[in-house]
Design a protein around this ligand. Structure first.
Ligand code: FES
Ligand code: FE2
Length: 448
C-alpha cells in the first residue's frame, strides 16, 4: 500500500461530508447592549474567560532557533513565547519578578536572555534568573530561586496556544472535533501572506459575533454571491460542547438565492475553472455542476502541482468554505489551500475597543478567490509578509475586512443607545447564542 493510499484509508471516505458535531439545543441568548459596554462585565470576562480559556497566540515557524521569541499582548497582559534549547516552546508572562516592570517591548527577536531595563535582572530563555545586581543585599540570592512566571503552552496546527490557568485541560481536549478537521490541511506548513493588526473602536465580541453568522453576507458583502451559495438553508452549522462552532458554506457555486434555480456561470466561477485547467465554455449552461467537477479535477491536477494535503481533504474541503469560531476569540476560515485568520483581543482597559488581526495563511501566495479574501498588504513572491499595525481608517485593509469592520463600529454605537434593549436573533444566528452562553458559563464558574 502506498503512503497516499494509506493516508486516504486512515482519513476515511473523503466523498462524505464531515461528521456532525454534538449540536446540543441552544436557547436564544438575551443579548443586551450591556454585554458590550459594561466595565463590570468586561472585568468578569477578563478574570473568568481570558484567565481560563486556551488562547491562540503565536506561530511556531516564527521561533525557528533556540532563543527566538515572539511577544503577544492580550488585554492588559503581555506574554513571551520562546524556543528552548531542547526545541520545545515555553511561555512566560512578560514581567520582571523584581518589581514588576515589563521585560521587553519587542514583538519578536532572538536572544540569549531577557534583561530587565529597570535594575538589570537577567533571565535565561528558560525563565530562570541568572543575574541580579548586588545579590548579597537580599535575604537570599534571588538567582537561587527566582524564575519568570510560566504559562501552559502547547502547539497545534503550527500555532502556539497558551493558557493562563495552570490547571487547564490539555489543548486537544479543549479543541475537540476541530483537531481532525484542521489536521487534514497541514496548515503548519502554510505561510502568512497578509498580516494587519488594527485597533478598532468596538467591543471584541461585536466582531466575533459577526464572524459567527452569515446572515449579513447579502447586505454587507454582495460580491460574494458569485462564488458562494449564501443561503443558510444550504449551509451546515455545528456547535460542540467544548464551546466552538463551525459553518460549512458551499463554494464554487453561484448563489441560487440570488440568481434563481438556473444560475449563470459567473466571472468568479469561470476564473476558478481556468485555475484548474477546465474550460469555462464547457460549463456555460451548467454552473451548478462546477463544484463537483472542480473537486474531481483538483484531485487529479492538485497532486501534480504538489498539493500533497489534498489526499486527506474531504471533497467538500476542496471547494467549500469551512468557518470555525474558536472560543473565545478566533475565527478561522479554511479553503483548500489557505486560511483567513481573524482574531479579536480586548483593549487593556476599555470595553468599547479591541485589537483585530486580519491575517491570511496559505500554501502558496493567494490568487483568484483567495486574493479576494486577503486583498491588501499581500506578498506574492512567496515570502512571508511584513506585519502592519495601525488604527482603523489610517490604512486600507481590503474590501471584505473593511465591510465587516465598518459595520461592527456602527453596531457598537447602537449598542450603547437607550433605544436598544435586546437582540432579536434568527435561527441561523444560533452560533452567536452558543458563544454568549459559553461566556456566561465561564463567568458563572460552570466552565471549563
Ligand atoms: S523591576 Fe526588573 S530589575 Fe527591577
Ligand atoms: Fe463579513
Amino acid at each position: 500500500m502506498t503512503a497516499v493510499e494509506h493516508s486516504r484509508e486512515s482519513k476515511g471516505d473523503l466523498s462524505l461530508p464531515a461528521p456532525r458535531w454534538d449540536n446540543p439545543s441552544v436557547e436564544r441568548h438575551p443579548l443586551s447592549g450591556h454585554r458590550y459596554t459594561s466595565r463590570e462585565f468586561f472585568n468578569q470576562e477578563w478574570n473568568e474567560v481570558w484567565g481560563k480559556a486556551w488562547l491562540l497566540l503565536g506561530r511556531e515557524t516564527h521561533l525557528d532557533v533556540p532563543g527566538s521569541y515572539q511577544v503577544e499582548n492580550v488585554g492588559p497582559e503581555s506574554i513571551i513565547m520562546v524556543r528552548q534549547t531542547d526545541d520545545s516552546i515555553k511561555a512566560f508572562y512578560n514581567v520582571c519578578q523584581h518589581r514588576g516592570t515589563r521585560l521587553t517591548f519587542s514583538r519578536e527577536g532572538e536572544t540569549e536572555n531577557f534583561t530587565c531595563p529597570y535594575h538589570g535582572w537577567t533571565y535565561a530563555t528558560n525563565g530562570k534568573l541568572v543575574d541580579a545586581q548586588d545579590p548579597e543585599d537580599f535575604p537570599e540570592n534571588p538567582c537561587d530561586h527566582v524564575t519568570l512566571t510560566e504559562l501552559r503552552c502547547e502547539v497545534f496546527a503550527g500555532f502556539i496556544w497558551v493558557n493562563m490557568d495552570p490547571n487547564c485541560k490539555p489543548l486537544r481536549d479543549y479543541l475537540g472535533p476541530i483537531c481532525d478537521d484542521w489536521e487534514r490541511y497541514n496548515p503548519e506548513q502554510w505561510k502568512r501572506f497578509t498580516a494587519m493588526t488594527v485597533n478598532v473602536p468596538c467591543n471584541w465580541k461585536v466582531l466575533q459575533d459577526n464572524f459567527c453568522e452569515s446572515y449579513h453576507l447579502p447586505a454587507v458583502h454582495p460580491q460574494l454571491r458569485e462564488n458562494h451559495e449564501e443561503s443558510y438553508l444550504k449551509s451546515t452549522f455545528d456547535i460542540c460542547l467544548e464551546g466552538h462552532s463551525r459553518m460549512v458554506m458551499q463554494g464554487a457555486t453561484p448563489s441560487e438565492t440570488q440568481y434563481g434555480p438556473d444560475p449563470p456561470l459567473t466571472n468568479g466561477l469561470a476564473e476558478r475553472l481556468k485555475v484548474w485547467d477546465l474550460d469555462p465554455e464547457d460549463f456555460a449552461d451548467r454552473a451548478l455542476e462546477v463544484r463537483r467537477e472542480l473537486q474531481k479535477q483538483m484531485r487529479i491536477v492538485g497532486a501534480e502541482r504538489g498539493h500533497e494535503h489534498y489526499v486527506n481533504l474531504r471533497d467538500e474541503q476542496l471547494t467549500d468554505a469551512h468557518m470555525y469560531n474558536i472560543f473565545p476569540n478566533c475565527s478561522l476560515t479554511f479553503g483548500s489551500d489557505g486560511l483567513l485568520f481573524q482574531r479579536m483581543t480586548p483593549h487593556p482597559t476599555d470595553p468599547e475597543q479591541c485589537v483585530f488581526d486580519h491575517w491570511y495563511y496559505a500554501f502558496t501566495p493567494p490568487t483568484g478567490a483567495e486574493l479576494l479574501r486577503a486583498q491588501t498588504n499581500i506578498r506574492i513572491d512567496g515570502e512571508e509578509t511584513d506585519h502592519q499595525f495601525f488604527d482603523y481608517g489610517d490604512q486600507p485593509m481590503g474590501i471584505i475586512p473593511e465591510q465587516d469592520v465598518a459595520i461592527t463600529i456602527g453596531q457598537q454605537l447602537g449598542l450603547r443607545s437607550r433605544g436598544f434593549t435586546e437582540a432579536k436573533a434568527s435561527g441561523q444566528e444560533d452560533r452567536i447564542s452558543w458563544f454568549h452562553q459559553t461566556i456566561d458559563e465561564y463567568v458563572e464558574g460552570l466552565r471549563p
